[in-house]
Design a protein around this ligand. Structure first.
Ligand code: EPU
Length: 429
């Protein structure tokens, strides 16, 4: 088993380059399954969710070539629908985009139910409602979702009950090759939705309105390959911004789109940090006392739920009592118990986390409870004087490209160690 060990208490200083966006790269990789031809995808992050996704596509017949460290050629010309590996699919959430892609291209799909971080119930009823509106007959049995249709998807008007990133993307992907026009209302507006629409349009799709809450998709007969660069990861960028403030450091974060970071920048400035904006970078500096604040997570352009645990870790270092109100996921609080182990005065009441700041955090053995909970304990450990060991770091590596090396380059005393896990010890005995 691998662990991350952090000797905290040192401010982060220097410059860090942000990788491509996980939540944009995932739908785009699966959307390649719509294309008979080769797509070259640039700025792909080196994270395990992407590795699994490539394995899933290879398993159904895609040819994938690494052209350089961040560039891949994806050729889905000869894929077989309804044949993806159940155990691979259930490892990640983004695998549900294969449903939209198979249904769009072949008029049928069969994919295992997705996995992903455990935040309580994560229904896919809006995806199903969308596929049915497009003329699919769906069933969920034996752990699989199956979609069938006579002649493939047919354009329709769909009004989502909730703003869902996954459902918006899945239906947009499926509708790209549908007969006629699809209109998605109450669509999610996250930058990764715009990115996926831009990718599909570069392949010959006719999608307009992505980034607003009404998206119009005029179905086309087929798509062709293209070369496309994925946008930078706003949550990776936000995590480094928060780490810079939490350690009272000064970090220039490059390869970002500052507009995507506005809700995060605004909160950090409210707390007393200084943020200098460049065309494709932000420089975050903080020192001394940081003010308390309150945060409510909301769909884009509101404060992202994927930055909630990191903000809680930061607020432990602020003066006074703050709260984070989680309005997207019913149970994204497992990291709270880990921060408590580090001495945080933090409690959950319903969907609100109350954080009483001002007492320095102290080292403790902790675990990454999920992807963002994991980076939150890393940030907490960077502020705590002494040695913190973090287990279950695979969850962090699902979404952070080279996190240890990037933190080291900013002066953090952090390393990865390998320790025998309980099973190995039992076998040795
Ligand atoms: N929802 C439904 N029904 C649905 C779909 C969603 O009720 O059919 C609800 C959810 O339960 C939730 C809300 O709608 O309360 C929003 O969920 P959404 O569908 O937007 O989330 P998701 O597609 O499951 C993606 C990201 C998450 C990110 C959320 C919100 C991927 C692979 N995952 O999840 O990313 O938190 O959007 O922005 O893109 C992460 O990167 O750490 C992560 C968890």
């Amino acid at each position: 088993m691998e662990k991350i060990v952090i000797n905290g208490g040192t401010p982060l200083f220097g410059q860090v380059e942000i990788s491509g966006s996980k939540n944009a790269a995932l739908p785009i990789i699966y959307a390649c399954a719509l294309v008979k031809g080769k797509c070259v995808l640039e700025n792909i992050p080196a994270i395990s969710d992407i590795t699994y996704s490539f394995e899933i596509l290879k398993g159904i017949g895609a040819k994938i070539k690494m052209l350089d460290k961040t560039t891949y050629e994806v050729d889905c010309t000869d894929i077989q629908p309804c044949s993806s590996d159940y155990d691979m699919v259930r490892r990640i959430r983004g695998s549900y985009y294969l449903l939209g892609a198979e249904f769009g291209r072949f008029g049928k799909a069969k994919v295992g139910l997705p996995g992903g971080c455990n935040f309580g119930v994560r229904p896919i009823d809006q995806h199903i409602k969308g596929f049915e509106a497009l003329g699919g007959t769906t069933s969920t049995e034996g752990g699989y979702v199956e979609i069938n249709s006579e002649n493939g998807p047919v354009g329709a008007n769909i009004f989502f009950d909730v703003s869902s990133v996954g459902a918006t993307l899945n239906i947009m992907i499926a509708a790209t090759l549908a007969e006629g026009t699809t209109v998605i209302e109450n669509a999610a507006r996250e930058p990764h939705i715009v990115d996926c629409a831009n990718f599909l349009n570069s392949c010959g799709a006719r999608i307009s309105g992505a980034g607003s809450n009404v998206i119009k998709i005029k179905g086309v007969r087929e798509l062709y390959g293209c070369t496309y660069a994925i946008i930078p990861d706003m949550i990776e960028a936000g995590s480094f911004m928060v780490a810079a403030v939490a350690t009272r450091g000064s970090v220039k974060i490059t390869n970002v789109i500052p507009k995507h970071l506005e809700s995060i920048s605004a909160k950090l400035e409210e707390m007393g940090a200084t943020i200098e904006e460049f065309d494709d970078a932000v420089h975050v500096t903080a020192s001394g006392t940081i003010k308390k604040t309150n945060v409510k997570t909301l769909p884009y352009p509101g404060f992202p739920t994927d930055m909630h645990p990191q903000m809680s870790a930061l607020l432990c270092t602020a003066e006074g009592t703050s709260y984070v109100n989680e309005s997207i996921f019913e149970n994204r609080f497992r990291y709270v118990e880990e921060l408590k182990r580090m001495g945080a005065k933090i409690k959950v009441d319903g969907r609100i986390v109350y954080i009483e700041g001002g007492t320095p955090l102290t080292p403790a053995p902790v675990i990454a409870t999920d992807l963002r909970g994991g980076i939150a304990v890393m940030i907490a450990a960077l502020t705590a004087k002494g040695r913190t060991e973090i287990s279950e770091i695979k969850l962090i590596e699902r979404g952070y490209d080279n996190i240890v090396a990037k933190m080291q380059a900013l002066g953090a005393d952090v390393k990865k160690i390998v320790v025998p896990d309980a099973d190995d010890l039992e076998q040795a005995n």
